[in-house]
Design a protein. Structure first.
Length: 275
């Protein structure tokens, strides 16, 4: 039973993908079919059902907790919790940066973790960012992308939200590899992984609650808006924040170099881009 909680959480992610395989029903109208394929969202009917259920859960369960958290805990306290939770993510970020061969990012992550874990009192203060060492991106979905694994179709996972098959597998792998989960389980505190999971969810939702409200209020199609924003954000993460390549092979025209090959519709829709 020592690894049961961590294993169940990883298997849950993998199991959530299986029911989606048989749920796609492409439209028969040619124009609708073209749009259907361009969005790379073949499971959209099922995704929308899950998205609606997630939105209901966030609105009536997570949101009241987040509101109470903001009311009860001052900004100073919330910042300390946020910094502490971020510090727990650093070893997994470091491992993925190393596997990707991104030595600079791995070096920055090492410096961050050492500085914040010592002078930052166990990660309660993110003093590394104040010193110019910003948190790097690094997850196993990103690592798979680095080695050419395609993202696949857009998915909405229960509770976890927007994803794709590659990133869902990556999320499970990161969970299994997390050293703090291993330590908590080894010392008989496996429930701590669930407390951390809940705390990270509340922290993340609290930090984006107002933006989500604005998007929901101002968008014609909330589902499509979140899908588009997630893809843009994820594409930036996959590139480690580097600028996106120019579409249609236009990059390089200003400096006289050879234009790049245009992206495929699947790459554009999935948020992937040529490396």
């Amino acid at each position: 039973m020592r690894n049961s909680i961590r294993t169940i959480r990883a298997l849950l992610l993998a199991g959530l993908l299986l029911p989606l395989v048989a749920c796609a029903t492409p439209p028969t109208d040619p124009a609708a079919r073209a749009e259907f394929e361009a969005t790379n969202d073949p499971f959209e009917p099922t995704n929308r059902v899950i998205f609606k259920a997630n939105d209901y859960f966030y609105t009536y369960v997570v949101r009241p907790i987040a509101k109470a958290y903001v009311w009860a805990v001052p900004q100073f306290g919330r910042d300390r919790i946020h910094d502490f939770l971020q510090n727990l993510d650093e070893p997994v970020i470091w491992a993925n940066d190393m596997v990707q061969g991104d030595w600079h990012a791995a070096d920055v992550t090492t410096g961050r973790f050492l500085a914040n874990s010592t002078f930052g009192i166990g990660g309660l203060w993110d003093i590394a960012s104040d010193s110019g060492l910003q948190q790097q991106s690094g997850d196993f979905g990103q690592t798979l992308y680095h080695y050419g694994v395609p993202g696949g179709p857009y998915l909405v996972l229960p509770l976890f939200g927007p994803s794709n098959p590659r990133d869902a597998v990556g999320m499970g792998a990161d969970s299994l590899a997390d050293p703090f989960d291993w330590l908590a389980t080894y010392y008989g505190h496996g429930g701590a992984t669930w407390y951390r999971f809940g705390a990270e969810g509340i922290d993340e939702y609290t930090n984006h609650m107002d933006q989500l409200d604005e998007i929901k209020k101002n968008s014609i199609d909330y589902y499509a808006a979140i899908r588009s924003l997630w893809r843009q954000h994820r594409a930036s993460e996959l590139r480690h924040g580097a600028p996106a390549p120019s579409p249609m092979g236009l990059e390089g025209l200003d400096d006289g170099s050879t234009p790049a090959q245009p992206q495929s519709a699947a790459q554009t829709a999935s948020g992937d881009s040529p490396q």
